[in-house]
Design a protein around this ligand. Structure first.
Ligand code: UD1
Length: 360
């Protein structure tokens, strides 16, 4: 059976890697298409290397653009590849523009498409990812969910039960495999300055936090305040970096350290040793839950509610006073204790491979 995987942006790579390995073990013939949505070496290439992923068979090189442009370019370029290769299944991951664009093309061509990480909902349609999730899940033929809330959401939207499979979290498969390797390392270079200190790790890239200058300024002020208690390491997404440069902002204290985006291994090692993580990423909410590391999410909502109900995640919303208060609580020993959700066990991709094999 021929399976074609479509990946495009950083959070796709760690999800596709274990699924490709599990399918390879079962003898599937596979093609990897990279849309080129993310193209910087530190947003893309480093992940292929560290995750032992094969180089993409095809790179669509769509690059950056408005949502319409990016989506349309993926559609036009991918259609040619699909007509040429005619796979039995197309597998798409997560909620990025490339995911939705690929799913639309498949639906129009009548090619079966499987969505990995289906069913997540933030109920916030101002997030581009929510639109991508809704469209992808309506059109997909097989929906692999990471947690039971996903199954409930899909059932509510009228998706047929026979299409839905609760398989667990594929991103955790990659974490389970690589955590021991990441932890065996000497310790990330990034940490050498702060050896022995309990540090806070920050990532922010959502338009709602970084595209609004007063909001970004407020968040940076709180991070600077917190850095008096705990050094703050801030690997920066290109979108955030551009905005900070445009506004002429600099790190206000040397205990708040702006860094380039990090590779998978270094970021995982940093996460696993952090006293606190502050983020607006979806994946990092899940990784911190698995690692048992306290996480404050700078968003009003989450499509991953299990990280709050079961895991270590706390939503602090748009209120920077709440961010400051909750961060101090964690740094002073009052962190919430969490547990690992069911089926986040490193075997989700094997379950996916089994289900795909049974369709042949
Ligand atoms: C995308 C995903 C988001 C995911 C994030 C992870 C969508 C709608 N959003 O957001 O869900 O959490 O990836 O990183 O698909 N840029 C570079 N180099 C790159 C890639 C991007 O400089 O390699 C810059 C470009 O100026 C671009 C901007 O970052 O305009 C945003 O990139 P884009 O892919 O449009 O969205 P992300 O914010 O990365």
């Amino acid at each position: 059976m021929q399976v074609l995987h479509v990946v495009g942006a950083r959070p796709n790579f760690m999800k596709a890697a274990p699924v490709m390995t599990a399918l390879a073990t079962r003898g599937f013939s596979q093609t990897l298409v990279h849309t080129g949505q993310h193209y910087d070496a530190n947003m893309s290439d480093v992940f292929f290397r560290e995750l032992d992923m094969p180089a993409p068979d095809v790179n669509l090189e769509v690059g950056s653009g408005s949502h319409a442009v990016q989506t349309a370019e993926v559609m036009v370029r991918l259609e040619r590849v699909l007509l040429d290769r005619r796979p039995n299944w197309v597998v798409v991951y997560g909620d990025v523009n490339s995911t939705m664009a690929a799913t639309l093309v498949c639906a129009k061509l009548g090619m079966p498409v499987a969505h990995v990480e289906a069913g997540l909902r933030s109920w916030d349609r101002s997030m581009p990812e929510e639109i991508n999730r809704l469209v992808t899940d309506q059109l997909a033929d097989l929906l692999f969910t990471p947690s039971a809330d996903g199954d409930e959401n899909l059932a509510r939207e009228g998706v047929g039960k026979q299409k839905i499979h609760l398989v667990g979290n594929v991103m955790i498969d990659t974490l389970v495999r690589l955590l021991p390797v990441a932890q065996q390392r000497e310790g990330p270079n990034t940490l050498s300055r702060w050896r022995g200190e309990r540090y806070t790790l920050v990532t922010l890239h959502r338009p709602s936090n970084v595209d609004d200058p007063p909001r970004l300024g407020e968040i940076l002020r709180v991070l600077a305040e917190l850095s008096a208690e705990s050094p703050v390491l801030f690997p920066m997404h290109p979108r955030t970096r551009k905005q900070i440069e445009r506004l002429g902002l600099a790190a206000p204290t040397d205990r708040l350290q702006f860094l380039e985006p990090l590779g998978y291994m270094e970021f995982l090692a940093l996460q696993s040793r952090a006293a606190l993580v502050i983020t607006d990423s979806g994946g990092i909410q899940e990784e911190t839950t698995f690692l048992g590391v306290p996480c404050l999410t700078v968003r009003e909502n989450t499509e991953r509610p299990i990280t709050v109900s079961v895991g270590t995640n706390v939503l602090v919303g748009g209120d920077v006073d709440k961010l400051r208060m909750e961060a101090r609580r964690v740094l002073r020993g009052g962190a919430k204790v969490g547990a690992i959700p069911p089926l986040w066990d490193g075997k989700a991709s094997e379950r996916i491979a089994g289900i795909l094999a049974s369709t042949g």
